[in-house]
Design a protein around this ligand. Structure first.
Ligand SMILES: [Fe+2]
Length: 238
């Protein structure tokens, strides 16, 4: 089992549709730890009219959870960011320089299933204009991004592609899985993360994903997308 870093998860309690109690948070942390994760970036949703929890509340919950994690898992590093849905709320936040990045300059950006490339490019440009590097959250869920030429073009422009462990494992339907596995084989994914929401229905599946990625593309690539790149994003390069 390789050591891992998970840059996209909803482990923080009471702030979105992720963990509903501290107990659920700690169960998710336990799953991450047992699957080799030693660095976690918690990324609560920010989405207009759906998840508008303030940064202040998120910092408070993070402080409490971090203490608990420190007692049980002293070698687990944690940091806080957000999963920004690309909508007018995100635009105003980034323009007002109120982004909570991963590390110093990475922003986890989420698009809707039906967003077209024009819309996607509009938001990517804003993120880059403001001096950040976009990390596209679960790109496989967005119809317009299920295209290898587009992924190659994005990677040439240093835009990072994150895919969910569950999608690679076939939990989100056959089409998505086939696309994800081909993308793994072509080396077009930069990061695999759990996007875990709760211990039972949307758990941490990084260990199973590691096995599939290793089988398809080798251990070195698995290490790159499950450890090296995520650690660099969190500013925790060793
Ligand atoms: Fe997410």
């Amino acid at each position: 089992m390789i050591e891992k870093a998970d840059i996209h998860c909803h482990v923080l309690p009471y702030v979105d549709d992720g963990a509903m109690t501290i107990r659920e948070s700690m169960e998710l942390i336990e799953q991450q730890y047992e699957q080799g994760v030693r660095a976690v970036c918690m990324t609560p949703h920010l989405r207009k009219k759906m998840f508008e929890t303030s940064d202040e509340k998120i910092y408070r919950e993070f402080g409490e959870l971090k203490d608990k994690i420190g007692e049980l898992y002293p070698d687990l590093k944690t940091c806080l960011s957000r999963e920004y849905h690309c909508d007018p709320l995100f635009l105003s936040i980034i323009r007002e320089k109120k982004i909570m990045p991963m590390g110093e300059r990475y922003v986890l950006t989420e698009f809707s299933y039906s967003d077209d490339m024009e819309e996607i490019e509009k938001y990517l440009s804003v993120v880059m204009e403001e001096g950040y590097v976009p990390v596209i959250a679960h790109a496989e869920r967005c119809e317009a991004l299920r295209d290898f030429d587009i992924l190659e073009d994005l990677s040439k422009r240093e835009i990072l592609i994150q895919m969910n462990a569950s999608s690679i494992l076939g939990k989100e339907g056959r089409r998505q899985t086939a696309f994800c596995r081909k993308a793994v084989k072509r080396g077009l994914i930069d990061i695999v993360a759990s996007d875990a929401h709760d211990p039972e229905y949307r758990p941490v599946l990084l260990n199973e994903a590691e096995k599939v990625i290793t089988r398809l593309s080798g251990e070195q690539y698995a290490r790159k997308i499950m450890h090296d790149v995520p650690m660099r994003i969190m500013g925790l390069e060793e």
